[in-house]
Design a protein around this ligand. Structure first.
Ligand code: 5AD
Ligand code: SF4
Length: 450
């Protein structure tokens, strides 16, 4: 049966990039649902397609244009029918390129930056009248005030482990990074707003919350006592919510790892023993050129403090190879840092020139083949460490949060305290349960338990 215009409208959101984009996509869907747009998993079935994009590296940004080309064919096929298709670009490419997108991609009806999502339903209406819409204002505070809270059903549909943005934007200005330009200056939500949202999530069945921020540990929100709180205090407060069994936070900056946060790791069982702490490079010279505000020794100190209070903490990181001016010796320093820290997992990237950032104008850009070689060596070492970390889990018992059905019948996929995926038989419990599991096998990216 063909659809008529009386049927509810459908929105398909494709998310690129980081976890904050995943969270943003859910908030956009919540806002649009109030406006009569049901979420759909089928691109072909959508009245509105939103590409929630990432600008962090060149490749990520370019992907968007090829995807628009593909969707354009569907849109063209529907032109003139009673179900025309609209295409919107949201996220960091929308913010960074704005008007340029509408001129480069005529199929795009609206372009909305990450700080304007509260206007999305109105902007969609506006675009429907045939005017192409571009909005890239910075209104982070207003956005959080105006975006509707998710309903219990919306939370439930999204699972037992969920994200909650507490902080957005960045004031650090690492010289390689577009985030301060695409997400704007650092803004922290208030304790009240965050606690309310967390309580709503838990009431709907969420058992694990990951607090999100580009610089999450720089969070400094207004407390109910009129003081400005830091992340450690916020975590102590959230830990009081009955039924919230697990807390995580990401991504942190080494200079903002304060004693309050370290104390939370010492005192709270619900704060998972996992720290994503990007260092980017292991040479002080390169860290300085990157404007990271810390040395290798400072980073080691933070790791040491964390391990003092929580011996089993898993450390994860981000690395960039081939930053302008990086010599063989600088790179060897990064390899040595990795050997010293021993990572449970990590992300590593070749430096990607981002127009408008200071790194783009630096001399001594590193040739592509050198970046490739360095990345290969670094990833081999990081993979070896991750396999070692997972291998050491075999034979151990651990608490697993059952999250979703596995790929094969009879299986569930759960999450360990150290963020590993664990495949378990569904006879052990249901989604949402936290169960004790014995690990019998380890693969590079997952564990098996019974
Ligand atoms: N090139 C390569 N990697 C980058 N990242 C950020 N900007 C760039 C860039 N220009 C990486 C950093 C950051 C992660 C989210 O992406 O490692 O921590
Ligand atoms: Fe980018 Fe550095 Fe800010 Fe992280 S801390 S978002 S890498 S500028």
């Amino acid at each position: 049966m063909s659809k008529t215009s009386a049927d509810p409208k459908k929105v398909f959101v494709k998310t690129y990039g980081c976890q904050m984009n995943v969270y943003d996509s859910t908030r956009m869907q919540d806002a649009l649902e109030l406006d009569g747009y049901e979420p759909t998993d089928s691109l072909e079935d959508a009245d509105l397609v939103l590409l929630n994009t990432c600008h962090i590296r060149e490749k990520a940004a370019e992907k968007v244009y090829s995807e628009i080309g593909r969707i354009r064919k569907l849109k063209d096929a529907r032109a003139g029918s009673d179900r025309p298709m609209m295409i919107g670009v949201t996220g960091c490419v929308a913010q960074a390129e704005g008007e340029e997108i509408v001129s480069r991609a005529p199929a795009v009806d609206l372009v909305v930056g990450p700080q304007s999502y509260h206007h999305l339903p109105a902007l969609v209406q506006q675009a429907k009248t045939g005017n192409r819409v571009v909005e890239t204002n910075f209104e982070i505070d207003e956005k959080f005030k105006q975006l509707p809270a998710a309903t219990a059903k919306q939370h439930r549909d999204r699972g037992v482990a969920a994200f909650l943005t507490v902080q957005e934007g960045c004031d650090k200005f690492c010289t390689f990074c577009v985030v301060p330009y695409t997400r704007g200056a650092e803004v922290s939500r208030s304790v009240k707003q965050i606690v309310e949202e967390a309580k709503g999530m838990v009431a709907a069945g969420v058992r694990e919350i990951t607090l999100l921020g580009q610089n999450v540990n720089a969070w400094h929100g207004a407390g109910p006592d009129g003081r400005e709180w830091r992340l450690g205090e916020l975590i102590f407060e959230l830990a009081e919510i009955g039924g919230l069994d697990r807390l995580r936070y990401t991504t942190s900056h080494p200079v903002d790892m304060d004693e309050g946060l370290i104390a939370a790791h010492r005192d709270l069982d619900c704060l998972m023993p996992y720290l994503h702490l990007p260092v980017q490079a292991g040479s002080d010279r390169i860290l300085k050129a990157m404007n990271r505000h810390h040395s290798v020794a400072d980073y080691f100190n933070v790791i040491e403090r964390m391990r003092e209070v929580r011996a089993d903490i898993a450390i994860s990181g981000d690395f960039i190879v081939g930053f302008p001016g990086e010599t063989d010796k600088d790179f060897e320093d990064t390899m040595r840092l990795v050997e010293t820290v021993k990572y449970a997992s990590a992300f590593s990237f070749k430096y990607s020139v981002r127009p408008g950032t200071p790194g783009a104008d630096m001399n001594d850009q590193v040739p592509e083949h050198v970046k490739n070689e360095r990345l290969q060596r670094l990833q081999a070492l990081l993979n070896q460490q991750q396999e070692g970390f997972n291998g050491d889990c075999v034979g151990k018992e651990m608490q697993i949060l059952m999250e979703k059905p596995g790929r094969k019948p009879g299986q569930l996929i759960g999450r360990s305290p150290w963020l590993q995926s664990v495949i378990v038989p569904d006879t052990l419990g249901q989604i949402g349960d936290i169960v004790k599991v014995r690990i019998t096998d380890a693969a590079p990216n997952s564990l098996v338990g019974i």
